[in-house]
Design a protein around this ligand. Structure first.
Ligand SMILES: CC(C)(COP(=O)(O)OP(=O)(O)OC[C@H]1O[C@@H](n2cnc3c(N)ncnc32)[C@H](O)[C@@H]1OP(=O)(O)O)[C@@H](O)C(=O)NCCC(=O)NCCS
Length: 382
């Protein structure tokens, strides 16, 4: 049985992979990928000597000087000689980035890495080059291409998805950063026989980076929000209705480092509610338990005590739910509330939710008792 199954698995084009990658030029759209050359040194220095490059490629020297670029060119040469590939991404003859792969292993598996110069970012250079290089590798008998991006590197995570890679897992605390912290990597893979389509995110990012009605502002929660978020969660009035163990500041910092990845991968949206007049952190609202197959998600929220009684949460819930129906395929947004949480019931009623059902003894309370959960619903407008 096992032998029959093995026979049906895709195999490297040449059995065990032994090929060297040819030093070729790859042309794709307005980009040309070619081995890097001495004439690129100045642009390489400018591209690498950049805070974002330094942040996400912690093994590169920072500051980055001409002698570092010369070392990089030598390493690129060694990489080619060892069976890998290193390309300069060029546009109109000018260097705009670097992309490469290590030598494919005996099973025809390799890993891609890239950077785009600051002056060429945000217009599809990385995704176009990654897709072209991956297709070129498949044409040369490579079977599987891997890609890893730090959980906070939303641009790179997005590049992976746009280039037809599929998310495969998370490697926890695998990468040492310059500040001594270890970061998680999200791993992606693309197989030669995968369709390689660029999946549209189920939860798109906000077009303007925020939602606002002039009184409150909803912004993606970041690490800068962890301290006020932590203080809010410790407030008695908030803790009384929290489900699960109280988190520590470290837990909340970790949570904030994941928010971009969760959003991009369609798992949930985590937002800070800000007082639009002062920009101060006033609370938190989230869209979670996203179930595309049902077209349903759940909304959850907490408000700092000092901001209560001003209608902030009703505004925040309305902004998020209106955006959800206008920008996603979700059909139902539900909310679960402790039966005794009358302030929360009032928010949901004002925000157009209707009481749908009671889940008996669903919610564990901090004191060890259990509360009934009242579930509320807002349906996509007809
Ligand atoms: C990651 C990097 C290569 C992306 O290059 P790029 O050419 O700008 O990438 P693309 O334009 O193809 O795609 C970037 C996508 O991320 C999105 N993006 C970028 N920053 C974002 C952010 N902070 N939040 C949400 N989306 C973001 C862009 O909008 C774009 O998506 P879209 O096409 O859907 O709008 C570039 O930022 C870089 O060199 N960073 C430093 C080095 C690095 O991180 N290398 C990768 C290590 S794994």
């Amino acid at each position: 049985m096992a032998a029959r199954l093995m026979g049906s698995w895709p195999r490297p084009a040449h059995g065990i992979y032994r090929d060297m990658l040819p030093r070729e030029v790859i042309s794709t759209g307005s980009l040309l990928l070619r081995p890097p050359a001495d004439g690129d040194v100045q642009d390489i220095v400018r591209a690498f000597d950049d805070p974002e490059t330094g942040r996400f490629l912690p093994l590169t020297p920072l500051p980055y000087r001409a002698e570092d670029a010369v070392e990089y060119l030598k390493a690129a040469q060694v990489k080619w000689e060892g069976g890998g590939a290193e390309f300069a991404i060029t546009e109109g003859g000018r260097y705009v980035g670097s992309i490469g792969v290590r030598a494919p292993d005996q099973w025809g598996v390799t890993e891609i890495g890239y950077l785009v110069a600051p002056w060429a970012r945000g217009r599809g250079v990385a995704a176009t080059a990654t897709r072209a290089l991956t297709d070129w590798l498949f044409d040369r008998g490579v079977r599987r291409v891997e890609l890893q991006a730090e959980v906070e590197n939303v641009a790179s995570l997005r590049v992976a998805v746009k280039s037809g890679f599929r998310e495969e897992g998370r490697r926890r605390e695998v990468k040492l950063l310059r500040d001594g912290r270890y970061a998680d990597l999200i791993t992606f893979g693309r197989l030669a026989h995968d369709p390689g389509d660029a999946e549209e995110p189920y939860l798109p990012f906000f077009a303007d980076g925020q939602l606002t009605d002039g009184v409150v502002r909803l912004t993606p929660m970041t690490v800068d929000d962890a301290v006020p978020f932590n203080a809010m969660m410790a407030e008695e009035a908030v803790a009384a209705y929290s489900v699960g163990p109280a988190g520590t500041l470290d837990d909340h910092v970790r949570r904030c480092r994941n928010t971009g990845y969760w959003w991009l991968s369609g798992q949930r949206i985590e937002l800070a509610i800000r007082d639009a007049a002062t920009d101060a952190f006033a609370g938190h609202v989230q869209l979670m338990q996203v179930a595309p197959v049902l077209g349903q998600a759940m909304i959850g929220y907490s408000l700092v005590s000092a901001y209560r009684g001003r209608g902030f949460m009703t505004r925040a819930v309305n902004l998020l739910v209106d955006w959800t129906f206008a920008n996603t395929a979700l059909h139902r947004v539900v909310a679960g509330t402790d039966e005794s949480n009358t302030a929360s019931h009032a928010v949901l009623e004002r925000a157009g939710f209707t009481r749908e059902c009671r889940h008996r003894q669903l919610l564990p309370r901090p004191d060890g008792t259990r509360a009934d959960d009242i579930e509320w619903l807002r349906l996509r407008p007809a």
